[in-house]
Write a protein that binds this ligand. Structure first.
Ligand code: HEM
Length: 369
Protein backbone atom coordinates (compact mmCIF):
# COMPACT_ATOMS: atom_id res chain seq x y z
CA UNK A 1 0.00 0.00 0.00
CA UNK A 2 1.24 3.51 -0.80
CA UNK A 3 1.17 5.88 2.17
CA UNK A 4 -0.40 9.29 1.46
CA UNK A 5 0.15 12.30 3.68
CA UNK A 6 -3.48 13.27 3.37
CA UNK A 7 -5.76 14.92 5.91
CA UNK A 8 -6.52 11.56 7.48
CA UNK A 9 -2.79 10.78 7.98
CA UNK A 10 -1.91 14.27 9.24
CA UNK A 11 -4.86 14.54 11.65
CA UNK A 12 -2.95 12.38 14.12
CA UNK A 13 0.59 11.67 12.89
CA UNK A 14 1.58 9.89 16.13
CA UNK A 15 -1.17 7.36 15.53
CA UNK A 16 -0.49 7.13 11.77
CA UNK A 17 3.19 6.39 12.36
CA UNK A 18 2.38 3.84 15.09
CA UNK A 19 0.24 1.98 12.54
CA UNK A 20 3.06 2.05 9.98
CA UNK A 21 5.68 0.83 12.48
CA UNK A 22 3.41 -2.08 13.34
CA UNK A 23 3.28 -3.00 9.64
CA UNK A 24 7.02 -2.78 8.99
CA UNK A 25 10.10 -0.55 8.98
CA UNK A 26 10.06 0.71 5.35
CA UNK A 27 7.08 1.91 3.28
CA UNK A 28 6.32 3.27 -0.16
CA UNK A 29 4.77 6.72 0.07
CA UNK A 30 3.75 9.69 -2.01
CA UNK A 31 5.04 13.19 -1.25
CA UNK A 32 2.45 16.02 -1.31
CA UNK A 33 3.63 16.94 -4.84
CA UNK A 34 2.64 13.42 -5.96
CA UNK A 35 6.18 12.13 -6.39
CA UNK A 36 7.27 8.79 -4.92
CA UNK A 37 9.37 8.42 -1.75
CA UNK A 38 10.46 5.64 0.60
CA UNK A 39 9.41 6.22 4.18
CA UNK A 40 11.54 4.73 6.98
CA UNK A 41 9.76 4.56 10.34
CA UNK A 42 11.70 2.39 12.85
CA UNK A 43 14.30 3.90 15.22
CA UNK A 44 17.29 1.72 14.25
CA UNK A 45 16.81 2.24 10.52
CA UNK A 46 16.18 5.98 10.89
CA UNK A 47 19.29 6.45 13.01
CA UNK A 48 21.45 4.33 10.70
CA UNK A 49 20.07 6.22 7.68
CA UNK A 50 20.95 9.62 9.18
CA UNK A 51 24.61 8.61 9.41
CA UNK A 52 24.79 6.53 6.20
CA UNK A 53 27.25 8.13 3.76
CA UNK A 54 25.68 6.15 0.91
CA UNK A 55 22.60 8.32 1.31
CA UNK A 56 23.50 11.56 -0.43
CA UNK A 57 22.00 14.97 0.33
CA UNK A 58 23.05 16.27 -3.08
CA UNK A 59 20.13 16.61 -5.52
CA UNK A 60 22.49 15.66 -8.35
CA UNK A 61 22.04 12.06 -7.12
CA UNK A 62 18.24 12.21 -7.44
CA UNK A 63 16.94 10.50 -10.56
CA UNK A 64 13.26 10.41 -9.71
CA UNK A 65 10.85 11.53 -7.01
CA UNK A 66 10.69 14.22 -4.39
CA UNK A 67 13.68 16.60 -4.14
CA UNK A 68 12.47 19.07 -1.54
CA UNK A 69 12.75 22.81 -1.33
CA UNK A 70 14.32 24.63 -4.27
CA UNK A 71 16.20 27.84 -3.59
CA UNK A 72 17.89 30.09 -6.16
CA UNK A 73 21.12 28.44 -7.37
CA UNK A 74 23.43 30.69 -5.36
CA UNK A 75 21.61 29.71 -2.13
CA UNK A 76 21.20 26.03 -2.83
CA UNK A 77 24.87 25.26 -2.17
CA UNK A 78 24.46 24.82 1.57
CA UNK A 79 25.30 22.13 4.14
CA UNK A 80 21.95 20.39 3.84
CA UNK A 81 22.42 19.88 0.08
CA UNK A 82 26.03 18.69 0.24
CA UNK A 83 28.19 15.62 0.78
CA UNK A 84 31.91 15.12 1.37
CA UNK A 85 34.37 16.60 0.54
CA UNK A 86 32.57 19.98 0.33
CA UNK A 87 30.36 19.33 3.35
CA UNK A 88 33.07 18.73 5.98
CA UNK A 89 35.14 21.64 4.65
CA UNK A 90 32.27 24.12 4.91
CA UNK A 91 31.04 22.63 8.18
CA UNK A 92 34.46 23.02 9.80
CA UNK A 93 34.50 26.69 8.89
CA UNK A 94 30.92 27.40 10.03
CA UNK A 95 31.60 25.34 13.15
CA UNK A 96 33.89 28.16 14.32
CA UNK A 97 30.78 30.23 14.95
CA UNK A 98 29.15 27.53 17.12
CA UNK A 99 31.93 26.59 19.53
CA UNK A 100 30.77 26.17 23.15
CA UNK A 101 32.63 29.40 24.01
CA UNK A 102 30.93 31.44 21.29
CA UNK A 103 27.48 30.01 22.07
CA UNK A 104 27.94 30.64 25.80
CA UNK A 105 28.96 34.20 24.96
CA UNK A 106 25.48 34.67 23.46
CA UNK A 107 23.78 33.72 26.75
CA UNK A 108 23.43 37.26 28.18
CA UNK A 109 21.92 38.50 24.91
CA UNK A 110 19.48 35.55 24.75
CA UNK A 111 18.54 36.13 28.42
CA UNK A 112 17.87 39.80 27.77
CA UNK A 113 15.74 39.05 24.69
CA UNK A 114 13.78 36.36 26.58
CA UNK A 115 13.25 38.62 29.61
CA UNK A 116 11.96 41.55 27.60
CA UNK A 117 9.61 39.31 25.59
CA UNK A 118 8.33 37.59 28.75
CA UNK A 119 7.58 41.02 30.27
CA UNK A 120 5.49 42.00 27.25
CA UNK A 121 3.46 38.78 26.94
CA UNK A 122 -0.31 39.38 27.03
CA UNK A 123 -1.54 35.81 26.77
CA UNK A 124 -3.69 35.95 23.62
CA UNK A 125 -1.18 33.89 21.72
CA UNK A 126 2.11 32.88 23.32
CA UNK A 127 3.33 31.60 19.96
CA UNK A 128 3.19 35.04 18.31
CA UNK A 129 4.13 36.95 21.45
CA UNK A 130 7.08 34.85 22.59
CA UNK A 131 8.03 31.73 20.60
CA UNK A 132 8.28 33.46 17.21
CA UNK A 133 10.19 36.64 18.15
CA UNK A 134 12.74 34.89 20.39
CA UNK A 135 14.69 32.91 17.76
CA UNK A 136 14.45 35.56 15.05
CA UNK A 137 15.99 38.11 17.40
CA UNK A 138 18.71 35.60 18.32
CA UNK A 139 19.47 35.01 14.63
CA UNK A 140 19.72 38.78 14.16
CA UNK A 141 22.34 38.81 16.96
CA UNK A 142 24.14 35.89 15.34
CA UNK A 143 24.25 37.48 11.90
CA UNK A 144 24.88 40.99 13.18
CA UNK A 145 21.69 42.50 11.70
CA UNK A 146 21.69 46.20 12.73
CA UNK A 147 18.90 46.94 15.29
CA UNK A 148 17.16 49.37 12.90
CA UNK A 149 16.68 46.56 10.35
CA UNK A 150 15.40 43.85 12.71
CA UNK A 151 11.67 44.52 12.11
CA UNK A 152 11.94 44.49 8.31
CA UNK A 153 14.20 41.41 8.44
CA UNK A 154 11.62 39.57 10.52
CA UNK A 155 8.73 40.52 8.23
CA UNK A 156 10.55 39.26 5.13
CA UNK A 157 11.62 36.06 6.87
CA UNK A 158 8.08 35.32 8.04
CA UNK A 159 6.68 35.96 4.56
CA UNK A 160 9.23 33.53 3.07
CA UNK A 161 8.94 30.78 5.67
CA UNK A 162 5.16 30.87 6.11
CA UNK A 163 4.09 31.75 2.58
CA UNK A 164 0.43 32.67 3.04
CA UNK A 165 0.58 34.68 -0.17
CA UNK A 166 2.93 33.50 -2.99
CA UNK A 167 3.36 36.98 -4.54
CA UNK A 168 4.29 38.47 -1.17
CA UNK A 169 6.64 35.53 -0.48
CA UNK A 170 8.43 36.14 -3.81
CA UNK A 171 8.83 39.83 -3.18
CA UNK A 172 9.99 39.21 0.43
CA UNK A 173 12.52 36.68 -0.87
CA UNK A 174 13.88 39.38 -3.20
CA UNK A 175 14.15 41.87 -0.31
CA UNK A 176 15.79 39.30 1.97
CA UNK A 177 18.25 38.34 -0.75
CA UNK A 178 19.20 41.97 -1.39
CA UNK A 179 19.47 42.71 2.33
CA UNK A 180 21.67 39.68 3.09
CA UNK A 181 23.85 40.36 0.04
CA UNK A 182 24.62 43.85 1.30
CA UNK A 183 25.02 42.60 4.89
CA UNK A 184 27.60 40.06 3.68
CA UNK A 185 29.43 42.75 1.70
CA UNK A 186 29.47 45.02 4.77
CA UNK A 187 30.89 42.26 7.01
CA UNK A 188 33.59 41.49 4.45
CA UNK A 189 34.49 45.17 4.30
CA UNK A 190 34.55 45.81 8.05
CA UNK A 191 34.18 42.65 10.19
CA UNK A 192 32.45 42.77 13.57
CA UNK A 193 32.14 40.03 16.19
CA UNK A 194 29.17 38.17 14.65
CA UNK A 195 29.01 34.81 12.87
CA UNK A 196 29.26 36.23 9.37
CA UNK A 197 32.37 38.20 10.30
CA UNK A 198 33.99 35.14 11.91
CA UNK A 199 33.78 33.17 8.66
CA UNK A 200 34.41 36.05 6.22
CA UNK A 201 38.10 35.24 5.76
CA UNK A 202 37.50 31.61 4.77
CA UNK A 203 34.35 31.75 2.62
CA UNK A 204 33.40 33.37 -0.67
CA UNK A 205 30.60 35.96 -0.61
CA UNK A 206 28.21 33.37 -2.15
CA UNK A 207 29.12 30.78 0.48
CA UNK A 208 28.48 33.36 3.23
CA UNK A 209 25.13 34.23 1.68
CA UNK A 210 23.94 30.64 1.46
CA UNK A 211 25.17 30.01 5.02
CA UNK A 212 23.11 32.98 6.26
CA UNK A 213 20.02 31.59 4.50
CA UNK A 214 20.63 28.12 5.91
CA UNK A 215 20.75 29.50 9.44
CA UNK A 216 17.40 31.17 8.85
CA UNK A 217 15.83 28.04 7.38
CA UNK A 218 17.32 25.62 9.91
CA UNK A 219 17.45 27.80 12.99
CA UNK A 220 14.17 29.67 13.10
CA UNK A 221 11.05 27.55 12.68
CA UNK A 222 12.38 24.58 14.61
CA UNK A 223 13.09 26.68 17.69
CA UNK A 224 9.71 28.46 17.43
CA UNK A 225 7.83 25.20 17.44
CA UNK A 226 9.95 23.21 19.90
CA UNK A 227 9.09 26.09 22.25
CA UNK A 228 5.42 26.22 21.18
CA UNK A 229 4.70 22.48 21.06
CA UNK A 230 6.84 22.01 24.19
CA UNK A 231 4.99 24.70 26.15
CA UNK A 232 1.67 23.09 25.23
CA UNK A 233 2.96 19.74 26.59
CA UNK A 234 4.32 21.29 29.77
CA UNK A 235 1.23 23.37 30.51
CA UNK A 236 -1.15 20.51 29.86
CA UNK A 237 0.81 18.43 32.36
CA UNK A 238 0.99 21.31 34.87
CA UNK A 239 4.80 21.37 34.67
CA UNK A 240 7.21 24.29 34.48
CA UNK A 241 10.40 22.62 33.29
CA UNK A 242 11.79 19.72 31.29
CA UNK A 243 15.07 18.61 29.81
CA UNK A 244 15.44 19.99 26.29
CA UNK A 245 16.03 16.40 25.15
CA UNK A 246 12.58 15.22 26.19
CA UNK A 247 10.92 18.26 24.60
CA UNK A 248 12.78 17.55 21.37
CA UNK A 249 11.96 13.83 21.50
CA UNK A 250 8.30 14.17 22.31
CA UNK A 251 7.24 17.55 20.96
CA UNK A 252 9.58 18.55 18.12
CA UNK A 253 7.71 19.84 15.06
CA UNK A 254 10.13 18.02 12.76
CA UNK A 255 8.54 14.86 11.37
CA UNK A 256 11.00 13.94 8.62
CA UNK A 257 14.73 14.56 8.15
CA UNK A 258 16.02 16.16 4.94
CA UNK A 259 15.37 13.95 1.88
CA UNK A 260 18.23 11.65 0.94
CA UNK A 261 19.21 9.87 -2.30
CA UNK A 262 21.07 6.52 -2.32
CA UNK A 263 24.19 6.78 -4.49
CA UNK A 264 23.78 3.05 -5.21
CA UNK A 265 21.20 0.46 -4.25
CA UNK A 266 20.93 0.35 -0.45
CA UNK A 267 19.28 -2.25 1.77
CA UNK A 268 17.43 -0.98 4.81
CA UNK A 269 14.95 -2.78 7.07
CA UNK A 270 14.88 -5.73 4.65
CA UNK A 271 14.00 -3.56 1.61
CA UNK A 272 16.36 -2.65 -1.22
CA UNK A 273 16.01 0.99 -2.19
CA UNK A 274 17.28 1.66 -5.72
CA UNK A 275 19.92 4.33 -6.37
CA UNK A 276 18.52 7.80 -7.11
CA UNK A 277 15.14 7.31 -5.41
CA UNK A 278 14.11 9.45 -2.44
CA UNK A 279 14.41 8.29 1.18
CA UNK A 280 12.56 10.08 3.98
CA UNK A 281 13.67 9.22 7.53
CA UNK A 282 10.76 9.68 9.95
CA UNK A 283 12.47 11.12 13.00
CA UNK A 284 9.18 11.73 14.85
CA UNK A 285 8.22 8.09 14.31
CA UNK A 286 11.61 6.86 15.59
CA UNK A 287 10.96 8.83 18.78
CA UNK A 288 7.87 6.76 19.55
CA UNK A 289 9.57 3.40 18.94
CA UNK A 290 8.82 1.47 22.15
CA UNK A 291 11.75 -0.90 21.59
CA UNK A 292 14.07 2.02 22.41
CA UNK A 293 11.96 4.37 24.55
CA UNK A 294 9.93 2.67 27.30
CA UNK A 295 6.44 4.25 27.47
CA UNK A 296 7.42 6.15 24.34
CA UNK A 297 4.15 8.09 24.14
CA UNK A 298 4.52 9.41 27.69
CA UNK A 299 6.07 12.87 28.05
CA UNK A 300 8.57 12.31 30.85
CA UNK A 301 10.72 15.41 31.53
CA UNK A 302 13.10 13.40 33.69
CA UNK A 303 13.56 10.48 31.27
CA UNK A 304 17.08 9.16 31.96
CA UNK A 305 17.97 7.29 28.75
CA UNK A 306 17.08 9.47 25.80
CA UNK A 307 19.04 8.66 22.63
CA UNK A 308 16.68 10.77 20.46
CA UNK A 309 17.64 11.86 16.95
CA UNK A 310 15.75 15.15 17.03
CA UNK A 311 18.96 17.05 16.19
CA UNK A 312 19.91 14.42 13.59
CA UNK A 313 22.81 11.99 13.89
CA UNK A 314 26.14 11.61 12.09
CA UNK A 315 27.84 14.09 9.76
CA UNK A 316 24.83 16.42 9.41
CA UNK A 317 24.09 16.54 13.15
CA UNK A 318 22.52 19.93 13.89
CA UNK A 319 25.29 22.51 13.89
CA UNK A 320 23.13 24.86 15.92
CA UNK A 321 22.16 22.32 18.62
CA UNK A 322 24.08 24.08 21.43
CA UNK A 323 22.41 27.36 20.52
CA UNK A 324 18.99 25.70 20.17
CA UNK A 325 19.39 24.18 23.65
CA UNK A 326 20.38 27.56 25.07
CA UNK A 327 17.37 29.29 23.48
CA UNK A 328 14.86 26.70 24.71
CA UNK A 329 16.34 26.53 28.23
CA UNK A 330 16.66 30.29 28.69
CA UNK A 331 13.31 30.96 26.99
CA UNK A 332 11.34 28.61 29.25
CA UNK A 333 13.16 29.77 32.39
CA UNK A 334 12.42 33.44 31.60
CA UNK A 335 8.77 32.75 30.85
CA UNK A 336 8.03 30.67 33.94
CA UNK A 337 9.96 32.92 36.31
CA UNK A 338 8.00 35.98 35.06
CA UNK A 339 4.66 34.10 34.92
CA UNK A 340 4.73 31.25 37.48
CA UNK A 341 0.95 30.77 37.16
CA UNK A 342 1.00 30.26 33.39
CA UNK A 343 -1.72 27.88 32.17
CA UNK A 344 -3.52 26.92 28.96
CA UNK A 345 -6.56 29.09 28.18
CA UNK A 346 -8.23 26.20 26.32
CA UNK A 347 -8.01 22.44 26.94
CA UNK A 348 -5.05 20.77 25.20
CA UNK A 349 -7.43 18.75 23.00
CA UNK A 350 -8.86 21.99 21.58
CA UNK A 351 -5.52 23.46 20.43
CA UNK A 352 -5.33 23.89 16.66
CA UNK A 353 -2.47 22.29 14.76
CA UNK A 354 -0.85 23.05 11.44
CA UNK A 355 0.07 19.59 10.28
CA UNK A 356 2.19 19.19 7.18
CA UNK A 357 4.30 16.50 5.53
CA UNK A 358 7.52 17.54 7.28
CA UNK A 359 6.37 19.44 10.35
CA UNK A 360 3.62 19.58 12.93
CA UNK A 361 3.12 22.77 14.87
CA UNK A 362 0.54 24.85 16.69
CA UNK A 363 -1.38 27.62 14.96
CA UNK A 364 -1.88 29.56 18.20
CA UNK A 365 -1.14 29.07 21.87
CA UNK A 366 -3.68 30.98 24.01
CA UNK A 367 -2.71 31.09 27.71
CA UNK A 368 -3.70 32.62 31.05
CA UNK A 369 -0.90 34.41 32.89
C1 HEM B 1 15.29 22.98 18.57
C2 HEM B 1 15.62 23.47 17.40
C3 HEM B 1 16.30 22.69 16.31
C4 HEM B 1 16.05 21.43 15.85
C5 HEM B 1 14.97 20.45 16.33
C6 HEM B 1 17.01 21.18 14.79
C7 HEM B 1 17.10 19.99 14.09
C8 HEM B 1 18.05 19.70 13.11
C9 HEM B 1 18.18 18.43 12.44
C10 HEM B 1 17.31 17.20 12.67
C11 HEM B 1 19.21 18.54 11.56
C12 HEM B 1 19.75 17.42 10.65
C13 HEM B 1 18.95 17.29 9.38
C14 HEM B 1 19.24 16.00 8.63
O1 HEM B 1 20.30 15.38 8.79
O2 HEM B 1 18.36 15.62 7.84
C15 HEM B 1 19.72 19.89 11.66
C16 HEM B 1 20.76 20.39 10.92
C17 HEM B 1 21.21 21.70 11.00
N1 HEM B 1 20.78 22.66 11.91
FE1 HEM B 1 19.39 22.42 13.34
N2 HEM B 1 17.80 22.28 14.61
C18 HEM B 1 17.41 23.22 15.52
C19 HEM B 1 17.96 24.48 15.70
C20 HEM B 1 18.98 25.01 14.95
C21 HEM B 1 19.57 26.32 15.15
C22 HEM B 1 19.17 27.33 16.23
C23 HEM B 1 20.53 26.48 14.18
C24 HEM B 1 21.44 27.64 13.91
C25 HEM B 1 21.16 28.90 14.15
C26 HEM B 1 20.55 25.25 13.39
C27 HEM B 1 21.39 25.01 12.33
C28 HEM B 1 21.50 23.81 11.67
C29 HEM B 1 22.42 23.60 10.55
C30 HEM B 1 23.39 24.63 9.97
C31 HEM B 1 22.23 22.26 10.13
C32 HEM B 1 22.96 21.54 8.98
C33 HEM B 1 24.14 20.77 9.50
C34 HEM B 1 24.85 19.97 8.42
O3 HEM B 1 24.26 19.67 7.37
O4 HEM B 1 26.03 19.65 8.64
N3 HEM B 1 19.61 24.38 13.90
N4 HEM B 1 19.01 20.57 12.64
Amino acid sequence: MVVRFDEEFLKDPVCSYARLRAEGPVHRAEAPDGSPVWLVTGYEDVRAGLADLRLSLDKAHSTTGYRGLSLPASLDRNLLNMDAPDHPRLRRILGRAFTPRRVEALRPAVEEIARSLADAVGGDDLLAEFCVPLPIRVICELLGVPPADVTAFREWTDAVLVPADPARARSAMGSLYAFLTSLVAAKRESPGDDLLSVVADSLTADEMLSAAFLLLLAGYENVVHVLGNGLAELLSAGLTSSTVDELVRHASPLQLAIRRFPVHDVETGGTTIPAGETVMLAVASAHRDASVFPDADVFDPSRAENPHVGFGFGPHYCLGAPLARLEVEVGLAALFSRHPGLSLAVPYAELEWRSAFRSRSLRRLPVRL
